[in-house]
Write a protein that binds this ligand. Structure first.
Ligand code: NAD
Length: 240
């Protein structure tokens, strides 16, 4: 079976959860990366059976999550983490949650993965018009919602099972990676502010470049899906 790492699950309402379920139903082993500040409540809810109803797969069995890794995808390595985050009580209880450390832990635990899913975004000023957005807010949106994908792929690529060709025949399936984008990258969607429209445009452009690079380097596919509106936690926060 295949092994998938899904970054960006903290409850059972978002796209990450739904993708995990589809992959589990198709027989994949599920590893999850959960934003550090949301980790405690997610793990507690899982343990207490709060998600059991939504864990039910089409064959009646329950989706198993093999391991939940704490993750903050705006930090690539420990050296990038500022002191106030290191000592923040929501972060201090966990360790090895920067992107490079999570990839390292997954490598230690499982050796390799076949599927990488990026289902995360954050725009601290998303409720502000682009005209009212600060430089800090704009860059934070790009960091959490666009560069986070570049970084995840960069650090996970070495442990992604490559596709293999014999002469011109694909003899083993390629590793594969997807992210989720939104139509606001190409059309005006009032309310999707704070640089989030810019972040999705970057994500889409990066998908083309990363597909070119990761395809040639390792025969790993890179795609993004422009998803329709879903009342996830993130979407409710901006009143969608
Ligand atoms: P969601 O709230 O379920 O998922 C977003 C996740 O990102 C959350 O679990 C959050 O904890 C996590 N996250 C935020 N900052 C993070 C960080 N620095 N490091 C690690 N994790 C972090 O909401 P969703 O709507 O399912 O979002 C998933 C993806 O789908 C996002 O890329 C979003 O932009 C995209 N999308 C959503 C919609 C929609 O209408 N909901 C539409 C199109 C695309």
């Amino acid at each position: 079976g295949k092994r998938a790492f899904i970054a960006g699950i903290a409850d059972d309402n978002g796209y990450g959860w739904a993708i995990a379920k589809s992959l589990a139903a198709a027989g994949a082993e599920i590893l999850v990366g959960t934003w550090v500040p949301a980790l405690n409540i997610f793990e507690t809810s899982l343990r207490r059976g709060k998600f059991d109803e939504s864990r039910v797969l089409p064959d009646g069995s329950l989706m198993e999550i093999t391991k939940v890794y704490p993750l903050d995808a705006v930090f690539d390595s420990l050296e990038d983490v500022p002191e106030d985050i290191k000592t923040n009580k929501r972060y201090a209880g966990s360790s090895k949650w920067t992107v490079s450390e999570v990839a390292e832990s997954v490598k230690e635990d499982f050796g390799s993965i076949d599927i990488l899913v990026h289902s995360l975004a954050n725009g601290p000023e998303v409720t502000k018009h682009l005209l009212e957005t600060s430089r800090k807010g704009y860059l934070a949106a790009i960091s959490a919602s666009s560069y986070s994908y570049v970084s995840l792929l960069k650090h996970f690529l070495p442990i992604m099972n490559p596709g293999m060709y014999l002469v011109s025949h694909l003899i083993s399936p390629c590793g594969s990676s997807i992210s989720l984008t939104y139509i606001a990258s190409e059309r005006i969607i009032p309310g999707y502010g704070g640089g989030m429209s810019s972040a999705k445009a970057a994500l889409e452009s990066d998908t083309r470049v990363l597909a070119f690079e990761a395809g040639r380097k390792q025969k790993v596919r890179v795609n993004t899906i422009s998803a329709g509106p879903l009342r996830s936690r993130a979407a409710k926060a901006i009143g969608f």
